[in-house]
Ligand binder design. Sequence first.
Ligand code: ADP
Ligand code: ZN
Length: 754
Amino acid sequence: MPKTVGVAVSHAAFHFDKLYTYAVMPDQQDAVRLGSMVLVPFGRGSRPRMGVVLACDAEPESSKLKYLFDVAPASACLTPELLELVRFLKGRTFCTWYEAVKAVIPYGAQYKPALAADGVTPVLQKQLTRHTETLYRLAAPLPQKPKPTAKQLAAVALLSGGPRTQGDLEAHGISRAVAENLCAKGVLASEQVNKSLDLYAHIPQRTEQLDLTAEQQAAFDALAPHLETGQAHTALLYGVTGSGKTLVFLKLIERCLALGKKALVLVPEISLTPQMIRRLKERFGRRVAVQHSALNHTERLLQWQMIQDGGADIVVGTRSAIFSPLEGIGLMVIDEEQEHTYRSESAPRYSAHEVARWRAAKNGALLLLASATPSTESFYEAQAGRCQLVRLTQRYGGQPLPSVQIVDMRAELAAGNPREISLALEDAIRENLDAGKQTILLLNRRGYQTMAQCEDCREVLKCPKCSVPMVYHKNEGGRLLCHYCGTQIQPRPTVCPACGGKLQYRGFGTQKAEEELAALFPEAHILRMDQDTTSAKDAHEKMLAQFARHEYDIMVGTQMVAKGLDFEDVTLVGVLGIDSLLFAQGFRAYETVFSLVTQVVGRSGRASSPGRAIIQTTDPDNPVLNLAAAQDYDAFFAQEIEYRRLGLYPPFCGLCIVTFSGKKEGEVAKAAARFAQILAREAAQQPGIPLRVLGPTPGSILMINEIYRYKLTVKCRNDKTFRALLRQVLACYEEEKLPAKASAAVDMHSDGDI
Ligand code: ADP
Ligand code: ZN
């Protein structure tokens, strides 16, 4: 029963982000504990702010302590492991305490400041209230006087079979008024319970035995013992596309549950791994909880409560699912571990890998990273023996990897084909159509034409708020759209706003691809999958189901068609456009292209018929493309690791990117330069710290949504000493009031391209 508490307060500036001491009223002392969510008076005006209790019986810093306004119920308290996670995030990333708190619990479980019914007293309010419902049960016999109504009799009859929710009663024609009236008489009693919700209940359960191939079994045998030791262990499952990595996960999960432990499966993005949830649900049914970004707040909260109440043995979800309050974890899987979605780009800027490693250590669990194209960092760790390497080298069913052809699009144009679909690809698609097989085409750009350029002054039409070209979308009457801030221009202009010259529309997006395909193959059914066609709820899953039923012959789309899909009749994959990625900045650019091409090629020929793939490019000799075409990860890795070593990039150093953003470019540039000076000054006092500072330089996209961006690149060793140094620099930066000119964000996981 603490009399004083140390509270981390929301909206704190970084160098004021410490624990503030508050006094606890005697009637609140029972409710307050470590991890409690509280409402506190803050600052001179004693404005209400959210906070979380991180210390009890804290030393008062003055004799006149303020009292807490309000305390949330114990059920909203952070569990000890979540509290430790908050401390971990605060120590590793450059976030504030409260940002860390908001990361580890879902929005729906959070509180906000509000006013009590009197209109003046500050109180806490739940972000979501509709996730509970009323449960009625019989408490006493129904008096025969006055004579009960038919509805009352019906209610009592129904409840004599056990408690029912209000929704149930209403479904039987018994209104809330009737039930409440019976409560008032003492016949019924009611309580608020969490709604339960069986997401994906429509997925049928499958019980047939899983028979692993010899190679899969060997992988399982190498990994399974680490579920039993109680010692933390990291392994990398490196298996070619279609080798059955998922089968190995399923078997490991089965073993893990049999040992009385729980399992956490991370997927990079729901649209990239739509089939994972289905496979887990088929196997493990209701004990699977789902935590992903496409759920609405209520669904997410209900699933989270189910985990917290111990109702889930398996959690599957995207990045933040790594914070699920699952206890007794035996296995954590990070599928497609190289994906950038595992790194958070807003505070706290963590990577799911570092959190997973920490939780594996806490729980003595097996951490399994998996991919056909592991990140260079992970594979390096495995080669260095710091992580176990397990390989799957063969496709299930013994099919060879697809044969791949590279088509030179400059030669194509020179030979008189003006279209974006090469003759070779056209022929291949036609053959596939005739054979009744399916085709997947990747084009990494949505919209119709990707830019408009003036024929006279050569100016490219840019978004008024962002330094990127506007993209022409042909649907809905035609409009220009900014893919960064959503600005629209309608109808689309035909003349240059700068000089009045004629605008020429160029570039090739998924809408135009769809149109070109329809013209070439009028008999084919074509499915376009991109952000524009899949924005409706469940649209994505429905489209995949239709494709699986063969309602379409050709699927053309962005990244979402490239990964994780498993359709047996797909025997041809075409890469229509990928060149823009070849010239992307950021030290992971080659890795990204290699992975994307290898993955999409891997969608072809996964079952009984062999597959092939065609890659169209204007850079046919590009070494990364050629290695991806050969699907030769080992050769790619050998090349990539040399590039990283020579250029000094991770895994050979830590890369710390500080981004500065603000409304006036001059001030942003100055603030960034000042930050660099402070860093140099502070580092000079600690000469032992290895550092290499580059910049500041303008971001590769200078302005987004009227905010200018600069960056500072710091090559470093990501350890405690370095992080302390950077914290010191950030504090000085704030003391000089520079955040008013440009806010500074530190990211230890960025690929350096902002
Ligand atoms: P990966 O994730 O490695 O690309 P998947 O796990 O998706 O591969 O497996 C590819 C396909 O092969 C899937 O359709 C899967 O059901 C099938 N498969 C793999 N291993 C087996 C097995 N042992 N028994 C039956 N089917 C399998
Ligand atoms: Zn814009």
